[in-house]
Unconditional design. Structure first.
Length: 510
């Protein structure tokens, strides 16, 4: 018996690895590690599935008179979102699941839309047609989404783990999660959600057009007619903004798009972008009041400025705060002008000043016309300094016409806004004052008026050698619910006696 402990000790000395104690399954190390691995696998599955949906998880399909793109997106609340650019969005509480259905209305098909307008009797079958189109698109989207999430999760699993078995497990788990989401969406599907939509953007006026949910339930025929009329107006709005007269490029012309008083209207960005493309604009000049209250919460509205396709010159309006101004300074294609600062853009030298007053919150007393005139005098002084320095300014910009008038005799052309209607005036000492109307149609609050305010913008044609105004086109679109579109060409009085060649070729008759 005494020899046994000695032999055991000898074995431990000769083979120390055999005597190392093993970790029991109940230790913290053993219980923590599987959870970490499971969480890591879940993160790979979710991220891979999301990347797969972003890459290939969408389908283009017709829905009634519209061409749409359907996409599944991860979401905590589920539901459906219909984006009708440039009018806004429509959100429906259609289902409860960790995925949301996004439907982007890309464009309205002219033939299908006109068929509805010319044959109102087809409206009675529009609901069934839309239902069939949505069902077909959803089925195709479901198949594509399955392929997208499995491929994305598998590919990311292979990249992270470098083991085919783990990668296949990630793909299988992604498919299981998508299937569970589909079952949840099917079980909670609410077809009546269309009767209680949430509108945003310009579509927020839609409830006042079609009535509230109770009247829709009781008078569905009237609802269909009013909705069809809204679709018709949207069709014509698209037609008006996408088929404006196109002019041939002319190397001797610099094209300036003058906009003003957008007042937080999201439709304006679509219209401006369309004009930039149609007229091959070289520079956009915004004479202020882009915002409504100038708060930091509104700053996200400015993000589309990056994608307008042309340099953006901006001065502060009385509805724009220094917070707005600071935000725009951070955007790469924006030139913010204040206190007479000048910039060279697209072959033109442009100077401007911001409005000295900030009126939305009335937090401080305003200076009225006197403060505007004083700001205009400071701008005129800066213009004279530029001329003495051998860098004369071609276009000056101020928000208020009272400030702009003070630059008479110091610059050939001065642009302004603020009053929401057009003014074209040759001032006493030779400066031409051009005041633009509201490119935002007075903003979102304008839909509360008895008659919607019209949307206005102008294209200025500047001679490249003299940098003087040769002609301009005034573009006027009907406000919300209206279907008019006008484009008119104008020449300065000094060019009418001996008109120079058209700045950009023969225009198409509007």
């Amino acid at each position: 018996m005494a020899r046994d402990p000695f032999r055991a000790a000898l074995v431990r000395v000769r083979h120390p690895l055999r005597s190392r104690p093993t970790v029991t399954t109940g230790s913290p190390a053993a219980t923590g590690h599987p959870y970490v691995r499971a969480l890591g696998l879940l993160a790979v599955v979710v991220l891979g599935a999301w990347l797969g949906l972003l890459t290939v998880g969408s389908v283009r399909t017709p829905v009634g008179p519209m061409d749409t793109t359907m996409t599944l997106r991860p979401s905590l609340s589920g539901g459906s979102k219909i984006n009708v650019s440039p009018l806004g969005a429509l959100e429906l509480r259609s289902h409860v699941a960790p995925v949301r259905l996004d439907v982007d209305v890309d464009q309205l098909d002219p033939e299908r839309s006109q068929a509805l307008v010319k044959h109102p009797e087809r409206l009675s079958g529009l609901q069934d047609e839309v239902t069939r189109d949505v069902a077909a698109g959803t089925r195709e989207l479901a198949v594509r989404s399955c392929v997208a999430v499995v491929s994305g999760a598998t590919a990311l699993g292979l990249a992270v783990y470098r083991r085919p078995r783990r990668a296949l497990a990630a793909g299988g788990l992604a498919l299981a999660l998508l299937a569970a989401s589909g079952v949840s969406a099917y079980a909670t599907w609410n077809p009546k959600s269309v009767l209680e939509p949430k509108f945003s953007g310009l579509l927020s006026s839609a409830p006042s057009v079609v009535g509230d949910a109770r009247s829709i339930v009781t008078d569905f025929d009237v609802y269909q007619q009013e909705l069809a009329r809204l679709v018709t107006n949207v069709t014509k709005l698209y037609d008006a903004t996408s088929t404006l007269p196109v002019y041939q490029p002319d190397p001797a012309t610099i094209r300036v798009l003058h906009v003003s008083d957008i007042h937080l209207n999201p439709a304006s960005w679509h219209i401006i972008s369309s004009l930039v493309k149609q007229y091959e604009i070289d520079v956009i000049i915004d004479s202020g009041d882009t915002m409504d209250h100038g708060t930091a919460a509104e700053n996200g509205f400015l993000d589309p400025v990056r994608g307008l396709g042309a340099p953006y010159v901006w001065v502060r309006g009385n509805h724009d705060s220094k917070v707005t101004q600071d935000r725009l300074r951070k955007l790469g294609n924006v030139h913010v002008l204040d206190e007479g600062a000048a910039v060279d853009v697209a072959g033109l030298r442009i100077a401007g000043t911001g409005d000295p007053q900030f009126t939305p919150d009335r937090s401080r007393p305003t200076g009225g016309k006197a403060s505007e005139q004083l700001a205009g005098m400071r701008l005129a002084s800066a213009l004279r300094d530029q001329k003495r320095a051998g860098t004369p300014v071609d276009i000056a910009v101020a928000h208020d016409p009272d400030a702009a008038r003070e630059t008479d005799g110091t610059v050939p052309l001065v642009l302004a806004g603020h009053v929401h209607h057009r003014v074209n005036e040759l001032l006493e000492f030779g400066t031409r004052l051009k005041v633009e109307g509201s490119t935002g149609g007075g903003g979102l609050r304008a839909v509360q008026n008895e008659k919607p305010e019209k949307v206005r913008a102008s294209v200025l044609y500047m001679d490249r050698s003299t940098r003087r105004l040769q002609a301009w086109d005034e573009i006027t679109l009907g406000g919300l619910g209206l279907t008019t579109a006008e484009v008119s060409r104008h020449l300065p009085e000094e060019n009418r006696a001996a008109p120079s060649p058209s700045p950009s070729g023969s225009p198409t008759s509007p």
